[in-house]
Design a protein around this ligand. Structure first.
Ligand code: NAP
Length: 279
């Protein structure tokens, strides 16, 4: 079975559009991009397009490559204080001279629709409510909407980054999976993947996962975004793994669209939370 993230994301966006209309709210997302990297610009455009599709108002701040950490933090604080803004997204990666951690920490946790603030990461690890990172949350949606059992399953996550691997592992643990996290220092990666019911690869290494590494019938989620000879591909050798896996996400058209749909859902959530009277 091919797990069609593109189709699923469209369904989710349609549902979200109705929810926003029914709630009678007008969520606002602010994006910040620094510099002119064409890839980053494309992602930001896609996010604004999704906003338009569901009825989220969006504004985009474009800062020069030469901008400094302090300037960026000042902008973030202005957005934090703006009652019209529900969600703030800082497009990563930031130029190397900017302290990304400081900038992400400046975002109000209530408006942190990317779920990268340590407050939200801490809530996730503690199993408390909060905004959770879009890519791993989108993967959990794929698993649940395709009725792939997670509770009791052995999930192997490849990658331990703060934006994908670690929150992915926490979400899976919170959903009662048994989780193994692998990384570049893991010896014999295939030993772990061959014993997995669910393999989630977020390494950014083309053809890292081959058919011999997958238990027949297992679910394979490919997070990787790689360019080989100008062609976009994931971490998984799709053609060969398709023969053994029970279910698999393609690249493109798998995890990527779900990341954007989840960003829209997080923005809606932040807007709804902002409407609720304080306890
Ligand atoms: P990252 O910060 O570079 O982390 C990569 C992780 O993979 C690290 O933990 C690294 O181990 C591990 N790794 C690298 N080579 C490995 C190998 N040969 N075997 C096992 N583990 C290995 O990247 P990221 O931000 O997590 O993103 C990962 C990939 O997902 C990238 O291709 C990125 O473009 C893509 N991505 C896609 C989406 C989407 O929406 N589709 C969203 C975010 C990211 P160490 O920790 O030991 O270095």
């Amino acid at each position: 079975m091919i797990l069609d993230g593109r189709a699923l994301s469209q369904q989710r966006l349609e549902i979200l559009k109705e929810k926003i209309q029914e709630a009678g709210i007008s969520p606002h997302l602010a994006t910040i991009i620094v510099g002119s990297d064409p890839g980053s610009r494309m992602y930001v455009r896609m996010k604004h397009k999704a906003c338009e599709q569901v009825g989220i108002h969006s504004i985009g701040l474009e800062l020069l490559e030469s901008s400094l950490t302090d300037e960026l933090i000042r902008r973030v604080r202005m957005l934090n204080e703006d009652p019209d803004i529900d969600g703030i997204l800082i497009q990563l990666p930031l130029p190397v001279h900017i302290d990304s951690h400081q900038v992400l920490e400046a975002v109000s946790p209530a408006k942190d629709v990317d779920g990268f603030h340590t407050h939200n990461i801490g809530s996730l690890v503690a199993g408390m409510p909060g905004l959770t990172p879009c890519t791993p949350t989108g993967i959990m949606t794929i698993l649940s909407d395709y009725h792939i059992p997670v509770a009791g399953a052995h999930a192997v996550v490849i990658g331990r980054s703060i934006d994908v691997g670690k929150p992915m592992a926490s979400l899976l643990i919170n959903a009662d999976a048994t989780v193994t996290v692998c990384h570049s220092k893991t010896s014999d990666l295939s030993y772990y993947t061959r014993h997995a019911d669910i393999v989630i690869s977020a390494a950014g290494r083309p053809k890292l996962i081959t058919a011999g590494m997958i238990r027949p019938g297992a679910t394979v989620i490919d997070v990787g975004i790689n360019h080989v000879d100008g062609v976009l591909c994931g971490d998984v050798d799709f053609e060969s793994v398709l023969e053994v896996a029970g279910a698999i996400t393609p690249v493109p058209g798998g995890v990527g669209p779900m990341t954007i749909a989840t960003l829209m859902e997080n923005t809606y959530r932040a807007a709804m939370d902002a409407c609720r009277p304080a306890q």
